[in-house]
Ligand binder design. Structure first.
Ligand code: ADP
Length: 266
């Protein structure tokens, strides 16, 4: 295998980006993309310049969650090479395979092609100067993850999980991958998503639908920070489906949770 450390240290990619953070999860459906989108908005609200790379090549959610599914990035020639101008939506720069293939086409990205596409997102996109790039990874561990750590100098990784047992089981695997000697990416923390539900008419009650404190306890066990416990809120789901991240509105319970997580990250 390649010497990851030297590639990471000499990586000429993303020279103008201060922090490159991978957002990962053991399983799909735990809210990794939702957390990516709203963390990005929270960081932007704090005054940072933010970009998102949607590396979930086989199930890109970023275009829909930003209401940008019909947008197409500008591709220009520079020194005989194609340069991609990222989409700018709500003040955030972003790129996704979803912008480059027709929405309902049946393109299947095989491993090497997907890795190649990801490399282009780093090398051929005109990112300019940014404080943060958040990378929305596919769930689990795959070729994409290895490509990522070999291509870019990651600041660290955030792991998203729900408190339930089946989700937590794969978190350890994901964290072990980042902690492997040759990869050695710092774990910045765990976000426990869908931590509890509070009905509007019972504001003092918390219902732990997926179990209580599973992510918190996992963070303690693995000796990594707990970045936040995000409740289940209907507007979080609606924001995703409507293409308008809920962090754009000032809904106290939601914005507090993502703001705290973003602060813990900064
Ligand atoms: P993943 O990226 O892990 O596959 P998504 O971010 O796509 O997961 O989330 C899965 C579904 O759950 C989406 O419909 C999303 O809107 C919803 N969702 C995620 N987090 C929350 C939350 N805290 N409250 C309500 N719905 C949520």
């Amino acid at each position: 295998t390649a010497d990851v450390t030297s590639i990471r240290n000499n990586a000429p990619v993303l020279a103008g980006v201060k922090n490159i953070i991978a957002i990962s999860s053991g399983k799909g459906g735990v809210g990794k993309s939702t957390v990516t989108v709203n963390l990005a908005m929270a960081l932007k609200k704090s005054g940072a310049k933010v970009g998102i790379i949607d590396a979930d090549i086989s199930g890109p959610s970023i275009p829909i969650m930003f209401g940008a599914e019909n947008m197409q990035p500008l591709i220009t020639q520079k020194d005989g090479k194609n340069m991609i101008t990222p989409i700018m939506q709500y003040g955030i720069k972003m790129i996704s395979i979803g912008f480059l293939t027709p929405a309902d086409s049946a393109v299947v990205w095989r491993g090497p092609m997907a890795s190649q596409a990801l490399r282009q997102f780093f090398g051929d996109v005109d990112w300019g100067d940014l404080d943060y790039i958040l990378i929305d990874l596919p769930p689990g561990t795959s070729d994409i993850h290895l490509t990522l750590v070999q291509t870019v100098p990651l600041t660290g990784a955030v792991v998203v999980t729900t408190p339930q047992k089946v989700a937590l089981a794969d978190v350890t695997k994901g964290i072990s991958m980042f902690r492997q000697q040759q990869i050695n990416v710092p774990i910045l923390g765990i976000v426990e998503n869908m931590a509890y539900f509070t009905p509007a008419e019972l504001p003092d009650n918390k219902y732990y639908l997926f179990g209580k404190d599973g992510g918190k306890e996992m963070a303690e066990r693995l000796n990594v920070p707990l970045l936040g416990q995000i409740p289940i809120v209907q507007s979080i789901r609606e924001g995703g489906d409507d293409g308008r991240p809920v962090m754009m509105d000032d809904e106290p319970i939601v914005s507090e949770a993502f703001k705290n997580a973003a602060e813990a990250l900064a």
